[in-house]
Design a protein around this ligand. Structure first.
Ligand code: ATP
Length: 584
């Protein structure tokens, strides 16, 4: 129950609703328990009439009164049972909502490293399935516990008052029922977890094959993937069958135990009636109804125990993530406006998860408004530099200064707000093109969106689509080409008009002619902005104020285009190669 303490703050938040729920449950049960008494009394009236103890008139009027009371009690109990669900189950939905939001909000502040070391499926599971299991504790488990306690207390008082010895015999099988249901519930839970795991393997497999369907089709490996799917599916079927076997035992077990209890009531009650230990035959009918009313609450004790155990395990998994602290924290609470000077002083960086030393002793200075181009072989550390400027990671060695302040001393949100970043793999949301561009500036007007798209040379492509800027992308809509995606992603960054622009090889899928035109627009737009362009092409770098060439995390060349094409080395080689390719 330690992990579940986390939920106490929510119980406190909804305390009034919960208290009302408890009161309503007690009222509902008290009225529900009028039924056995009234049925018993009615049978006694019939018995008295048969024995000639009462007249026909009295018999009719007493029976009618009992029937009216029965209907009245059933209606009141029904209304309060409805209200009981409306309060307690609703509270569980509120808490589920709050907990989901709490987890999501926490996910958002966690650093990239967290997302690397935990699989997306796991993150999704904890926010959906685990929260669902915790809700079962907050809602149904709590409701059934209050229900059982109230029902038992009231019923036992009634029963003991009527026939104490018979009460003892009636209740005798119930603890066995509770233990049996508990054991069965545990078995069901174990098997359902196994089914869940196998279902998640099956859906991950299908999801991956759907995402990679073009690769599967072009390699003609559909039969292989089909066989693999069939194997996984057969495994899942077997696990489902194993689960159904134990689930199928649940109700027969309950019926068996109710049957035994009924038999005991009839046998012991009958004997006692004949011995004169109980006065009225109606008591037996009353007790049979008690047995039936108490069986389900007793069964729920076992079920609720296993619900609580599951909720505890789920909350533990949730707490594990909630306790994870973000690696990157905001130290400066006040906003810090950013101008855009950037300086790397002997920066070295090792990726914590892979231990790869991505940067070694890197230094450069970039004044606000200047442009830096970074070139280098694949894996040489270019993207890492951009990630460090956005403070997605903190460095181990050296210093990164932005506007002469150590980067970690700046307000994190001000820093990120001042950056327009175009990643290597353009990511667009399943939304309209317009909203994808406006993602960079939520309050942008349509004209601003069009201007940004024109500058990114994607406007013409967009208006060619039937729905223009309202064209939906992604799973529900069309798929853009690699180059179109990159250009929409550029439009998203420039619409923001940030002080620092970071372009990570974002023109790689664009032909050189369009690249040239985009670069021309960018030169105009980024005149007074600090700009870093990562590229594999000299054409993207040649207009930069400064160029650095990286190799295996180290800066091997620095200078302007003019100076570097006149110096032997990587840049000159690349320039000559790309020039001859262009001429061909
Ligand atoms: N998130 C990460 N976690 C661990 N290692 C990483 C991560 N990102 C990059 N690396 C490693 O760091 C090194 C530098 O990677 P980086 O992405 O900065 O290179 P790059 O020059 O941008 O490459 P490319 O031109 O192919 O994009 C590589 O060896 C890479 O495997």
């Amino acid at each position: 129950m330690k992990a579940l303490k986390h939920l106490n703050k929510y119980f406190f938040k909804y305390r009034y609703r919960l208290i009302i729920g408890v009161i309503i449950t007690i009222i509902a049960k008290i009225f529900a328990l009028f039924t056995p008494r009234l049925v018993g009394a009615s049978i006694n009236v019939v018995s008295d009439r048969l024995d000639g103890k009462i007249t026909e008139e009295v018999f009719r009027s007493e029976l009618m009164i009992n029937i009216l009371y029965l209907i009245g009690a059933a209606v009141v109990a029904g209304i309060f049972t409805f209200l009981m669900r409306q309060t307690i189950i609703n509270v569980s939905r509120y808490i589920e909502f709050d907990l989901k939001n709490e987890i999501y909000q926490h996910y958002q502040v966690l650093s990239l490293n967290f997302y690397k070391s935990n699989r997306t499926g796991d993150l999704m599971n904890r926010i959906s399935e685990d929260v669902g299991k915790v809700r079962m504790y907050v809602g149904p488990a709590l409701m059934y516990t209050i229900n059982t306690i109230t029902l038992f207390t009231v019923a036992i008082i009634y029963m003991v008052n009527t026939a104490p010895k018979l009460t003892l015999y009636t209740l005798l099988p119930l603890p066995f029922l509770s233990v049996a249901i508990y054991k069965l519930s545990r078995m069901i839970n174990k098997r359902s977890t196994i089914v869940q795991q196998s279902l998640s393997t099956l859906s991950t497999y299908s999801q991956e094959t759907f995402s990679g369907i073009s690769v599967i089709k072009s390699y003609g490996i559909e039969p292989k993937t089909y066989n693999e799917f069939e194997e996984l599916s057969a495994e899942n079927r077997q696990k489902q069958i194993n689960l159904t076997k134990v689930q199928a035992l649940f109700f027969p077990l309950m019926i068996l135990l109710i049957g035994i209890s009924n038999l005991i009531v009839i046998y012991v009650g009958g004997m006692q009636y004949m011995n004169g230990e109980i006065e009225n035959i109606g008591t037996i009918a009353e007790f049979i109804i008690y047995v039936n009313m108490l069986t389900w609450p007793v069964a729920t004790v076992g079920w609720v125990t296993s619900l609580v155990q599951q909720a505890e395990a789920s909350q533990e998994r949730i707490n594990e993530f909630l306790k994870t602290k973000p690696d990157i924290t905001n130290k400066a609470k006040a906003l810090t406006p950013i101008k855009g000077d950037i300086e790397f002083k002997n920066v070295s960086f090792v990726y914590p998860d892979t231990n790869i030393e991505a940067l070694k002793d890197v230094s450069f200075t970039l004044k606000s408004g200047e442009t830096l181009a970074i070139l280098g072989k694949t894996g040489s550390g270019k993207s890492t530099i951009l990630d460090l400027i956005g403070r997605l990671y903190d460095i181990d060695n050296g210093t990164i200064l932005v506007d002469d302040s150590v980067i970690s001393d700046l307000n994190l949100y001000s820093l990120r707000e001042s950056i327009g970043y175009v990643p290597q793999d353009a990511f667009l949301f399943s939304d309209t093109i317009k909203n994808n561009i406006k993602f960079g500036k939520e309050d942008a007007t349509d004209d601003e969106v069009i201007e940004a798209a024109k500058n990114a040379r994607v406007h013409k492509n967009i208006i060619d689509f039937k729905n223009g800027y309202d064209t939906v992308l992604g799973e529900r809509g069309i798929t853009l080409s690699g180059g179109q995606k990159q250009r929409v992603s550029i439009a998203r960054a420039i619409i923001k008009k940030p002080d620092i622009l970071l372009f990570d090889d974002c023109l790689s899928a664009v032909d050189t002619e369009t690249e040239e035109k985009i670069l021309k627009n960018l030169i105009k737009l980024t005149k007074d902005k600090t700009t870093i362009i990562v590229s594999h092409r000299v054409s993207s770098a040649k207009n930069a104020d400064q160029i650095i060439v990286l190799d295996d995390g180290k800066v091997i060349q620095t200078g302007s285009h003019e100076s570097l094409i006149n110096t032997d080395g990587y840049y000159k080689e690349l320039y000559t190669k790309q020039l001859s390719e262009k001429e061909m």
